[in-house]
Design a protein around this ligand. Sequence first.
Ligand SMILES: Nc1ncnc2c1ncn2[C@@H]1O[C@H](COP(=O)(O)OP(=O)(O)OP(=O)(O)O)[C@@H](O)[C@H]1O
Ligand SMILES: [Mg+2]
Length: 374
Amino acid sequence: MQTAGPTSWLGRNDSNIAIADRYRLLIDAVRDYAIFMLEPGGRVASWNAGAQRIKGYSSDEIVGQHFSVFYPPDDIASGKPTYLLETAALNGHVEDEGWRVRKDGSRFWANVVITAVRDDQGSLVGFAKITRDLTERRRLEELERAHAASSLVQQARENEQKRVARELHDDLGQRIAALKIALSLHGSELENALPTQLHAELEAIAQIGAQIDELAEAVRRIAADLRPTMLDDLGLQAALKWLAEDFQSRYSVSVECRLKVSEPELGEFATTALFRVIQEALTNVARHAHAHRVTIELENDAEHCRLRVSDDGVGFDPRSAPRPDALGLIGMRERIVQLGGWLTVEGRPGAGVTISAELRLPVDIHPALACAGR
Ligand SMILES: Nc1ncnc2c1ncn2[C@@H]1O[C@H](COP(=O)(O)OP(=O)(O)OP(=O)(O)O)[C@@H](O)[C@H]1O
Ligand SMILES: [Mg+2]
C-alpha cells in the first residue's frame, strides 16, 4: 500500500517545496511561541503568528528591522542584543531570560533561545529565534515568594514575641517578685522596731507593695498576650478549655467546647495559629456579639483539621466594608492561609456569626520557618 507522502498531502509534485511549505504552515500555526529568523546582522527575516501575538508587530511592520527593537533601552545601551548574537554564532546557540518590549511599549518577561543557522559549507546564514512569554509564570513565582516572605515575617514576629514574653516573665517578673519580698521583710522589721507615729510610713510602704503587685500582674498579662505560654504548659486542648472557662466566667456567656485534638499531628505552627484564631473569635464575641452562647468545635486527624466557632449574638454582614483599622478577622484569615488552609466568616444581622477554618495536615511550612519556629 502506498503511504501519503508530502506530495499527496499538498497536492503538488515538487516535494522540496511541499516540505518548505509544511514547515512554514507548522511555524505559522504555533501561537504560544514567537518563532522567527534573523539575518546574520540581526535584521528580522521572517515572522510567525505567535510572534505577532506576543510582540504586537505584524509581519509587514517588523521584517527588515533590527531585532534590538525588542530590548529595553538599558539592554541596548549595554550591547546585549549584539552580545547574544555573537555568543550564538560562537557556541551554536544562546539562551536568555529577561524583559522584552512589545510594540505598544509594554514589557513582558521572556525566555529566548537564539540558534545559529549555517549552510552546508558551514557559513552563517542567519539565526533562528524562539521567544516565550513567561510574564504570568514570573508573576506567580513572585506571588509565591511574597507569600513565603510574609509567612517568614509573621513567624519571625511570633518568635520575637515568644522571646520578649520569656524575658518579661523570667527576668522582669522574677525581679519584681524579689522586690516585693524584700519590701515586705523591711516592712515587718520596721513595724516591730519603730514607734507608733511612724505607722503613716508603713502605710506608704504597703501602698508601694500594692503597686508592685499591680505591676507584676501587668507584666504577666503582657507576657501572656505576647505568647500563649499556656500552650507550652498545658497543650492546646487544655489551654482552650481554660480559655473557654475564663471567658464564660468573665462575660457570663456560656461556652460549649467540642474538642477532639491530636496535638502531635497538628504541630506547633497550627497549634499556635488555631489558639490565636479562637482567642480573637471569643474576643469579638465579647466585644460585638451580645451573645448568650458560643460553641467551639475543633477536631483533627493526621490529614485534616476543622474548626468552627459560632455564636448566637447580633451577627453582622461580613460583606459590608470593614472598618479600616479592624484587624482581627484579617489576622485570623492570614494565619490560616499562611498555613495553606482557608477561613470563612458567615453571618447575618440578627443571626449570629460562624467562623470556619480548615487545614490540610501536616501544614505546609517554608523550610526557613521550620527551623525558625523551634
Ligand atoms: N461575633 C461577632 N458578632 C458580631 N459582629 C462581629 C463579630 N465578629 C466580628 N464582628 C464585626 O466585624 C467587625 C470586624 O471584626 P474585627 O475582629 O476584624 O475587628 P474589631 O474586633 O472591630 O477590631 P480589632 O482589630 O481590635 O479586632 C467588628 O467591628 C464587628 O462589627
Ligand atoms: Mg476583633
